[in-house]
Design a protein around this ligand. Structure first.
Ligand code: PCA
Length: 215
């Protein structure tokens, strides 16, 4: 059997932050990787057009079996397996290129929404089993993460691979508000590894899986 190929991405810092835990955790997963599958990683720019182009080009080149894109969702307390990407951009803040598109589609001819083609419930279950707080999320927002998620699902469907998105919490060093929930890079990386393993095992989504939902 062909050795499975995985593409795991994180994002560069944005919005004035000095780091982005998604990319830090992705690097940690790569450093610890000992599985049979080939793991490719990349750091995407927080720039609407460029992030989409970059990941699309990598998907064309690698034809990965599994693409998991990750990004920061400050304020969330748990790892969030995103269920659906919406065909809408409404940037609350400018991207790292100073662009702030409002109320425009990700893809004018595309459908209103694209569901993750990753086994989201088994991924959440796998994360919970290794002690990492996790749940499903039905909104990936309307910024660069959601639009990248949309592009990943579309690009993966071209060659029959699976793709989706996980949002991760902020790390303790980056939050100023005492009431903002956080998670360490190590715990985030443990969760991502468990989620990838669920994809590799071919765990199936089942309605009976009790996973919980993040608002
Ligand atoms: N989070 C942002 C973009 C990059 C990131 O890490 C988002 O949720 O859209």
């Amino acid at each position: 059997m062909k050795r499975p190929v995985i593409l795991l991405t994180g994002f560069e810092p944005f919005g004035g932050a000095g780091s982005n835990p998604s990319w830090e955790a992705v690097q940690q997963v790569k450093a610890d990787w000992q599985e049979e599958a080939a793991l490719h990683i990349a750091c995407l720019p927080v720039v609407f057009a460029e992030a989409a182009e970059r990941i699309d080009a990598m998907i064309t080149l690698l034809e990965p079996d599994i693409v998991v894109a990750t990004g920061l969702a400050e304020g969330r307390a748990a790892m969030a397996a995103e269920v659906i990407a919406i065909n809408r951009i409404d940037a609350r803040i400018p991207d790292n290129d100073g662009m702030q598109p409002r109320d425009v589609p990700v893809s004018a001819p595309g459908p209103d929404g694209l569901f993750s083609t990753l086994p989201v419930k088994p991924m959440v279950k796998a994360m919970l089993e290794v002690g990492v707080p996790a749940g499903l999320s039905y909104s990936a927002g309307t910024f660069v993460c959601n639009s990248t998620f949309y592009k990943v699902v579309a690009a993966q469907s071209r060659h029959g691979g699976m793709g989706g998105f996980i949002h991760v919490p902020a790390t303790p060093d980056m939050v100023e508000r005492a009431d903002c929930p956080t998670m360490s890079v190590e715990v985030i990386a443990t969760g991502l590894h468990a989620a990838l393993m669920a994809c590799l095992r071919g765990d199936r989504d089942a309605p009976s899986l009790e996973t919980g939902t993040i608002a």
